[in-house]
Design a binder for this molecule. Structure first.
Ligand SMILES: Nc1nc2c(ncn2[C@@H]2O[C@H](COP(=O)(O)OP(=O)(O)OP(=O)(O)O)[C@@H](O)[C@H]2O)c(=O)[nH]1
Length: 283
């Protein structure tokens, strides 16, 4: 046996190696043991031939017998290793199947979780995810002492669009508006579809009502821009106006429910007065 092969046999197992690597190492060890068995067998056969031709002392004969016993043990070890490697191979195959099943289940669980937290029509966070983000936002606003605002955005006369153009066209309006709201709002703020033609927006770390008014005007301009909709080869250009109610933590309320309720009422006032947006504090 070569020196480097012996070194390989004596090398301690590496930590945290995969089962496939263990199998690779074990197969290399088996190759070496098999080679040893073959070498021994050759040497013993050669010796035996020579001993038949010359008279040797009983000590040499006994040494050859011992060497043949070693040869048989090495042969057995080689076969035992082959059996172990075959079992390891089965295990590697089974693990690969289990890993694949696990990956599929994880993917399905991720998809189910995403579906349970997002609105299927627009892909925006749904009310459940919004509630979670709002409660985290309130906890953080409480900690850092920076105000937070909630905007309640409702499309005006959306029913008229459904009634005039049908639900297919109507469905594309919240989708288009959702895309624009995502583009208009800050990445770390949350916009969600509350349902139907209503959207909610959480703004973190706001500086002033003036800033909020600027954001509300930006949203109104983005929503008001015409929506070019194509359904069954028919092009329709539609425009919708939003009404926005704004409540501020902690000035107007300190709980999620209070802030949503006040923003809803402020939105209703903006709709009635056709002012585009209205602050809860202005009531
Ligand atoms: N196409 C479509 N329509 C929806 C969806 N969800 C709700 N709606 C419709 O949205 C309309 C909402 O009507 P309303 O609550 O009266 O609101 P509006 O017509 O915008 O009236 P105001 O809010 O008072 O301005 C109804 O016609 C619902 O059927 C949806 O996912 N797709």
């Amino acid at each position: 046996m070569k020196k480097e092969q012996t070194a390989l046999l004596l090398r301690p197992p590496e930590p945290a190696i995969s089962l496939t690597q263990v199998l690779g190492q074990s197969e290399r060890v088996r190759d070496i043991v098999e080679e040893c068995a073959d070498d021994l067998s050759l040497v013993n056969a050669g010796l035996k031939r020579e001993l038949q031709e010359v008279d040797v002392s009983p000590g040499v004969e006994s040494a050859l017998e011992k060497s043949e016993v070693v040869e048989s043990k090495v042969q057995d070890a080689s076969e035992a290793l082959a059996a172990v490697n075959s079992a390891l191979k089965d295990e590697v195959r089974e693990r690969a199947v289990i890993d694949e099943q696990l990956a599929t289940l994880t993917r399905q669980a991720d998809e189910a979780r995403r579906a349970s937290l997002h609105d299927p029509l627009t892909g925006l966070p749904n009310r459940a995810l919004f509630n979670d983000r709002l409660s985290h936002g309130l906890a953080s606003a409480n900690r850092n002492g920076l105000p937070l605002a909630v905007m309640f955005i409702d499309l005006d006369d959306f029913k008229r669009i459904n009634d005039s153009y049908g639900h297919d066209v109507g469905d594309l309006v919240p989708q288009t508006i959702a895309g624009r709201l995502k583009e208009t709002t800050r990445e770390d703020d949350t916009v969600c579809r509350h349902g139907g033609d209503e959207f909610l927006y959480i703004l973190m770390e706001i500086d002033s009502e003036r800033d909020l008014a600027t954001v509300a005007e930006k949203i109104i301009n983005a929503v008001q821009a015409p929506c070019d909709i194509r359904v069954r080869d028919v092009d329709t250009r539609l425009s919708v106006n939003p009404s926005i109610g704004i409540s501020i933590f902690p000035k107007d309320g300190i709980t999620a429910d209070a802030l949503l309720d006040l923003a809803d009422k402020a939105m209703y006032r903006a709709k009635q007065a056709k002012t585009g947006y209205s602050f809860a504090g202005a009531a």
